[in-house]
Ligand binder design. Structure first.
Ligand SMILES: *[C@@H]1O[C@H](CO)[C@@H](O)[C@H](O)[C@H]1NC(C)=O
Length: 387
């Protein structure tokens, strides 16, 4: 046995040497590794590129979880809870006529926002009620779209339903996490108002900025799309970050409060709210954003600078035209909406809004990259008449 082992041990290298030796084996291994890497890269990048069509990995994960989970069955996206205990009512549909009494429907997107949502809602309702006092015909509703939050966002919003009634505040509880585009769409499809405002629950834009969008909408004779825009903040971000100087009208507010109360928010730009902590977005974010912007302007709309700003006003007719037709679920759905709007001749204008976070005035690099990808795919498929 021992001699066999020794023979084997000594014989093998000799054989290998004769047939080209370890170099050849190494080469073979390197080639195999290289081919596998290339193959894996091709598969992954193809998957990533086609994600808007296949839904991506997250889409299938969600499908699977939905199949396996029983809890979700109890959440119903067609109904909302009223202020009465245990009572539910059915959401209306966007394709119906507007409710005469509701001028403005606000669709607020909330995902794990139990801390910021109440602040935003207090501020929003204060503003809207003020509008109602000065203008008797001004009715409003707020639809909080709860993106399957893991925290107590839904209970925070429910307190507002109890306080103001389900005619004013409604909660749409999504059954699973939706991409931004789909979440916005589901909210908008359940509104009653003549005008529909989409906003984020983080409160980067105060609802009183609606005034600016409204006056722009009036100049469009009340039909069209008005985009809130952060483009004015995206100019020379580097120097802004360094000097922490805001170009916006800076009214004096309390600096450095980490946890802003509604009172703080009434008199602050972010530079004030977050004091010294306000930083410019990273270079990677900015580069990705600029690339997206170039692609969007080249293929979709030359004169729109910030299609992704989450503060947008739609007239009901415009909303019906675009939201009932769009297909993308990703954040790039707003780009698709604008492309559709252009096709139907719906006027679009962009208005600067006061955005309170310098750091968040452009989206994360990942979102910009995905939007660039989705926009390109949409453009190509439209050219091929496949979209
Ligand atoms: C909802 O959750 C998904 C998945 O985490 C996220 O990508 C998306 O941005 C969220 N949407 C909103 C409106 O917060």
């Amino acid at each position: 046995m021992a001699s066999f082992g020794r023979h084997g041990g000594q014989g093998l290298p000799a054989e290998l040497l004769a047939s080209g030796g370890p170099e050849l084996a190494g080469l073979r291994m390197a080639v195999t590794a290289g081919v596998s890497v290339v193959l894996a890269f091709t598969i992954i990048s193809t998957w990533w590129c086609l994600a808007p069509l296949t839904g991506g990995l997250a889409f299938w994960q969600r499908r699977l979880r939905l199949l396996l989970s029983r809890r979700v069955a109890s959440l119903d996206e067609d109904h909302f809870a009223t202020e009465k205990e245990g009572e539910v009512a059915e959401f209306p549909s966007l394709s119906a006529l507007a409710d005469d009494k509701i001028v403005l429907s606000v669709v607020l997107l909330a995902c794990d926002e139990e801390a910021r949502l109440p602040v935003m809602l207090d501020d929003a309702i204060a503003y809207l009620q003020h509008r109602q006092l000065t203008q008797a015909s001004f009715g409003f509703e707020i639809i909080v779209v709860d993106n399957a939050s893991h925290d107590f966002t839904a209970s925070a919003a429910t307190r507002f339903v109890h306080k103001y009634g389900a005619n004013v505040v409604r909660i749409l509880r999504l059954r699973y996490r939706h991409d931004d585009g789909a979440a916005i769409r589901k909210g908008v499809l359940r509104t009653r108002g003549k005008y529909i405002l989409v906003a984020g629950a983080e409160g980067f834009v105060r609802l009183s900025e609606y005034d600016r969008l409204e006056s722009a909408m009036t100049s469009l004779q009340g039909e069209g799309i008005v985009l809130g825009s952060r483009a004015h903040m995206q100019l020379d971000l580097r120097s802004r970050g360094a000097t922490k100087v805001s170009r916006m009208d800076a009214d004096s507010g309390d600096a450095g409060s980490a946890n802003p109360s509604p009172a703080d928010m009434t008199s602050s730009t972010l530079e004030h709210r977050q004091g010294q902590t306000s930083q410019a977005p990273s270079l990677a974010c900015e580069v990705a954003w600029r690339i997206f912007q170039v692609i969007f302007q080249m293929f979709c709309a030359r004169d729109i600078y910030d299609p992704l700003c989450p503060f947008q006003l739609y007239s009901r007719l415009a909303a019906q035209r675009v939201f009932l037709r769009e297909r993308l679920d990703t954040p790039a759905a707003t780009c698709e909406r604008l492309v559709l709007a252009r096709r139907f001749g719906i006027p679009i204008v962009e208005r600067a809004v006061q955005w309170t976070s310098l750091q968040e005035c452009i989206p994360p690099a990942k979102i910009s990259a995905e939007c660039a990808r989705d926009t390109l795919i949409m453009v190509v498929l439209r050219k091929l008449n496949l979209w």
